[in-house]
Design a protein around this ligand. Structure first.
Ligand code: HEM
Length: 450
């Protein structure tokens, strides 16, 4: 434990902005969550408190506090209100379930993400990347965010369900966009209420939810336990046969939807931001490209190349630091907890922000600079473990982390091995902190074939 962290606990309120006008904090948080949370951390230190009406939101920035919430005191917390609301969409899938149910589900699903499955997934990833690139023309201007969403959605469909989502791809992406936008309003304490009112956005939410549910229902009967070909769904179906009390038809549906959504949207964001940063830093892009040429020599990358795609992985690590697709994690205290030298009552909401901590100059000098060399093994080992947590941590750590690294590295290698990506002048490239961190208005790029 860092010696500067006080070991005694107090009932006082941690420091934080105390506006003269009620509602001012909420307004600032909604207008610019990334800027406001960063301001709180830099102004008020490692543990601060935001009062919104009668509600207090605690922001924990120190890696030791983050470790405490995600790992050592994790049983004292449950998921925050945003993910609890996500139950409306995802049911009791792995992302939203709690306690004993979550533990049992996690044990059941884990084998689908074992190392030996990755080789098959890697083939799907490279094939789908090749298919995506086959539709590109030299000199074309494309929205890379949309391209990456299509690519990762199709990859998730093929890898997890053994299904070709090419036909439904754009309809599903639109449904996902609608949902991400709607859940983006979930920082608003009233958003739970809004979902029960007959507003246009509520109707859009219902339509998007129905579309996704139809698509997932269509995918499920496509396989039977007998054809468990190593795909995630095959393994799920097998598991549901062995333990129907844990994995009934509704649970299967919830898991399938959760994995389809969680398994593509975040990775699409990561790839989009990686291409953006590499377009801004041609020297770094050159290093990655040289490595890809050396390792793959003109063919598509495969799982066996991964240990040698070191520069590619470092560029992705640095991207996930600067543009973490999951930019904040919320937790609600089930009981009184002690954190940061303060005593927090039951029900307190604690926010951990990857965006804020991963840009902290104490751990990342000149934090805004894109510098993949921060990820040499020595440099990475010199920082506290929870100064970097793009995939969360503890018992709720992302189950798809190794899938995401494999897909991120292989797809980046495949794309940079064959194409150059250029930003267009006059575009803003502002990150939009919704449920994930998407570029606002997409990411138009000019493509040149190498
Ligand atoms: C760059 C890509 C990804 C990022 C940044 C990311 C990030 C995260 C984070 C931060 C969490 C923890 C949330 C919390 O503690 O509240 C999480 C959980 C989860 N992620 Fe990912 N994820 C990525 C890719 C994937 C993929 C490819 C899958 C595929 C199936 C996936 C499935 C899940 C699931 C099911 C959970 C819930 C796990 C549990 O609670 O046991 N994610 N992810």
């Amino acid at each position: 434990m860092n010696p500067t962290l006080t070991p005694t606990y107090t009932n006082r309120l941690p420091p934080g902005p105390r506006p003269a006008l009620p509602g001012a904090n909420l307004l600032r948080l909604q207008r610019d969550p990334l800027g406001f949370l960063t301001h709180m951390a830099r102004q008020y230190g490692d543990f601060s408190c935001l009062q919104i009406g009668s509600r207090r939101i605690y922001l924990a920035n120190h890696p030791d506090y983050i470790e405490s919430v995600l790992v050592s005191q994790s049983s004292a917390f449950q998921k925050g209100p945003a993910l609890q609301r996500a139950r409306l969409l995802l049911g009791d899938g792995l992302l939203t379930s709690e306690g004993e149910l979550h533990l049992r589900q996690r044990r059941l699903i884990q084998p689908a993400f074992h190392r030996q499955q990755m080789e098959g997934y890697a083939r799907v990833m490279a094939d789908q990347a090749a298919r995506q690139m086959a539709g590109w023309q030299d000199g074309a201007i494309l929205d890379i965010a949309a391209e990456m969403t299509q690519l990762t959605l199709r990859t998730a469909g093929q890898a997890f369900f053994g299904a070709d989502l090419a036909e439904q791809g754009s309809e599903l992406s639109q449904a996902v966009s609608d949902l991400v936008e709607l859940f983006g309003q979930s920082l608003n304490p009233l958003s739970g209420l809004l979902l029960h009112l007959p507003l246009p956005q509520t109707r859009r939410f219902e339509r998007a939810r129905a579309r996704l549910n139809r698509a997932v229902s269509g995918l499920l009967p496509a396989q039977r336990p007998g054809d468990a070909d190593g795909s995630l769904l095959g393994l799920l179906l097998q598991a549901s046969q062995q333990a129907p009390e844990v994995l009934d038809a509704q649970a299967l549906h919830d898991h399938a939807l959760t994995l389809l959504l969680a398994g593509h949207e975040t990775t699409a964001n990561a790839l989009t931001w990686a291409l953006y940063l590499l377009a801004l830093h041609p020297n770094e892009a050159g290093r990655v490209r040289d490595e890809v040429r050396l390792v793959c020599g003109g063919r598509l990358p495969c799982a066996a190349d991964l240990p040698r795609l070191v520069e590619t992985r470092q560029a992705l690590s640095e991207t996930l630091r600067l543009y973490p697709p999951a930019w904040a994690i919320g937790r609600q205290a089930r009981q009184q907890v002690f954190l940061g030298g303060y005593s927090l009552p039951q029900g307190s909401l604690v926010l951990l922000s990857q965006w804020v901590t991963q840009r902290d100059p104490r751990y990342y000098p000149d934090p805004e600079r894109f510098d993949p060399s921060r990820w040499t093994p020595q440099a990475a080992a010199s920082r506290p473990r929870y100064a970097y947590f793009p995939f969360g941590g503890g018992s709720r750590q992302c189950i798809g982390e190794s899938f995401a690294w494999t897909e991120g590295v292989l797809v980046l290698a495949a794309l940079l091995g064959s194409w150059e990506f250029h930003l267009l002048p006059g575009q803003s490239h502002t990150p939009q902190p919704s449920i994930t961190l998407r570029p606002q208005g997409g990411m138009k790029m000019l493509l040149h074939r190498l």
